[in-house]
Design a protein around this ligand. Structure first.
Ligand code: MAN
Length: 540
């Protein structure tokens, strides 16, 4: 059947139903019963008999019903007055929906029932019966809703079909990936044993080179130690100005290099630091304990070594360098070392060891790998190749595993009883207010972005369905968003309702950092047994 015929058929049925309801209401509102009693209870109020309280406790003459005196403990003898504290007044509201109100609202000067029956006999208030108008607009609204649900439900069914198909495809992909994973793991195993085999051969071939390398390293270390010794001894002799075989505090105090805090003088503490906290050191102690402290400062002074720049200072430093570019050239050598003697030269320094230190600084770089013989080189290349293949086989397993995890994560998510919400995944829906652009990316996240820039704030990550038991798919929760300053982590409640398109129709922040989105989607258009008609049927 075409959708227009479906709609026509639906409209016709609905109109007949409304006419039936109105006719029945007219007929049934005529059924005689005490004021405030619903049609369904009319038979319990028989004027021919004594009245038995509805809780069965006592029996009273029928004339005591609605006499403005409360006799029954359950208030059932005073349905039309406010005499009983627990009474219920029933408005028939012919033409609209019947209503039960608390008896305290009877004759209180406020029109609660659209037919005005709750204020009947109250001369202080004039309640107009507007049930028909209210009923008509309520029925029109109900009809609009019903039509929306009808059309939306068609779309929901299409969503559902797609969702079911996606799920099926994911399940098939899962099986396929499991197979691929097993294959990739077998390849990995093979590559691993291949690598191990070649590495054994490589290891054996490199054994002799290792020895050579080790010897070379040792030789280098010894040479470096000897150089250090020579360098330290030369410096010791230079510093030991009174030639007593010791370098003491006062001998260091004459050298600006040791002015650590750059306040223009070398204090005793500063000098002592370089002497390993001693008053003086002999040559041996100087070489082993003092020199490791002294050397970096001498290199620093000679401009051969820069201390590491702390994070954040880097830019600043660059900026300073730019600003002062060229300035150094403008200063004379004397100006640079104003008030200082050359730390490497000392007063009587002749030849300059600056170069010496520079040379030594470059010498410490890592030695080039040894040249292997042809056979060994072949083994090293083969091992490198095997390692590369092993690594890429490992990566292949990892990639498959990641894909598997994503699919498993998908399959664990609840996309609605008929998979109807699944098509929303991967899409984002925007809403703009005067200050922000909000985004809802179902099953992923909610976002807030100021209109003035592109800095996104995460308002929550998909967490769960949180609607009432009757339909948990009415509310989506997005939690653990970015923390608010001095506050909680942001979170979003998304109220989901039926609509003919997917759209965020409002966003509010009812409490600081707690957001509420209203989202309409055909996925929420399910035809449920309407309770509005049941209400009307109460009088049938
Ligand atoms: C930002 C926005 C607001 C939020 C405050 C909290 O301005 O995310 O929605 O209320 O931070 O400090």
């Amino acid at each position: 059947m075409s959708s227009s015929r479906l709609l026509l058929n639906f409209n016709l049925k609905h109109s007949i139903l409304i006419i039936l309801i109105i006719v029945c209401e007219i007929l049934t509102s005529e059924v005689p019963r005490p004021r405030g009693v619903s049609l369904s209870r009319a038979s319990l109020y028989d004027p021919e008999k004594d009245f038995v309280c509805l809780d069965g406790t006592i029996s009273i003459p029928f004339t005591h019903v609605n006499d403005d005196y409360c006799d029954c403990p359950d208030g059932s003898d005073e349905p039309g007055t406010s005499a009983c504290p627990n009474g219920i007044f029933h408005c028939t509201n012919a033409g609209h929906k019947p209503l039960n109100i608390h008896s305290s609202r009877v004759k209180d000067g406020i029109c609660d029932c659209c037919d005005g029956s709750d204020e009947h006999g109250n001369n202080n208030v004039n309640c107009v019966n507007n049930c028909y108008e209210l009923g008509r607009s309520a029925r029109e609204e109900a009809q609009r809703q019903a039509e929306l649900i009808k059309v939306g439900n068609q779309m929901r069914l299409e969503f559902s079909q797609k969702g079911i198909q996606i799920k099926q495809e994911k399940k098939e992909k899962l099986v396929e990936l499991e197979k691929h994973k097993a294959e990739a793991e077998a390849v990995l195993k093979e590559k691993e044993s291949l690598k191990n085999e070649v590495e054994v051969l490589e290891g054996a071939a490199l054994e002799q080179y290792k020895k050579i390398e080790e010897e070379e390293r040792k030789r280098k270390e010894e040479a470096e130690a000897a150089d250090t010794r020579i360098e330290a001894t030369e410096t010791f002799n230079r510093f030991d100005s009174n030639k007593d075989g010791k370098v003491d505090i006062s001998e260091l105090q004459t050298r600006q290099t040791f002015d650590k805090d750059r306040n223009g003088e070398v204090s005793e503490e500063e000098a002592k630091f370089f002497l390993n906290e001693e008053e003086s050191v002999d040559l041996e102690a100087f070489i082993t304990l003092a020199w490791p402290r002294i050397k970096p400062f001498m290199m620093l002074d000679a401009g051969l070594f820069k201390p590491p720049i702390k994070e954040g200072e880097e830019e600043e430093q660059e900026h300073i360098n730019e600003e002062h570019e060229g300035e150094a050239e403008e200063l004379t050598e004397e100006e640079l070392h104003e008030g200082e003697e050359s730390e490497f030269g000392g007063e009587e320094d002749e030849e300059e060891p600056e170069e010496e230190i520079e040379e030594k600084a470059t010498e410490t770089s890592t030695p080039a790998p040894p040249q292997y013989d042809e056979e060994t080189q072949k083994l090293v290349d083969a091992a490198n190749e095997a390692r590369k293949e092993y690594e890429s086989a490992k990566q292949a397993v990892r990639d498959i595993q990641t894909e598997l995890n994503n699919i498993e994560e998908y399959l664990e998510k609840d996309y609605g009883p008929d998979e109807e919400f699944a098509v929303l995944e991967g899409q984002c829906f925007e809403y703009t207010d005067h200050e922000y652009i909000y985004k809802l990316c179902p099953f992923d996240k909610t976002i807030q972005q100021p209109k003035s820039n592109s800095l996104e704030t995460r308002l929550g990550t998909w967490s769960r369905w949180a609607g009432p038991d009757i339909n948990k798919y009415q509310i989506m929760m997005y939690e653990r968003g970015q923390s608010c300053w001095n506050g909680p982590q942001r979170s979003t409640k998304v109220r989901v309702a039926c609509g003919s398109e997917n759209k965020v129709i409002s966003v509010t922040e009812p409490n600081r950092c707690e957001y509420q989105f209203d989202f309409i989607t055909p996925a929420a258009c399910k035809e449920l047994a309407s309770d509005s008609e049941d209400d009307v049927h109460d009088e049938l």
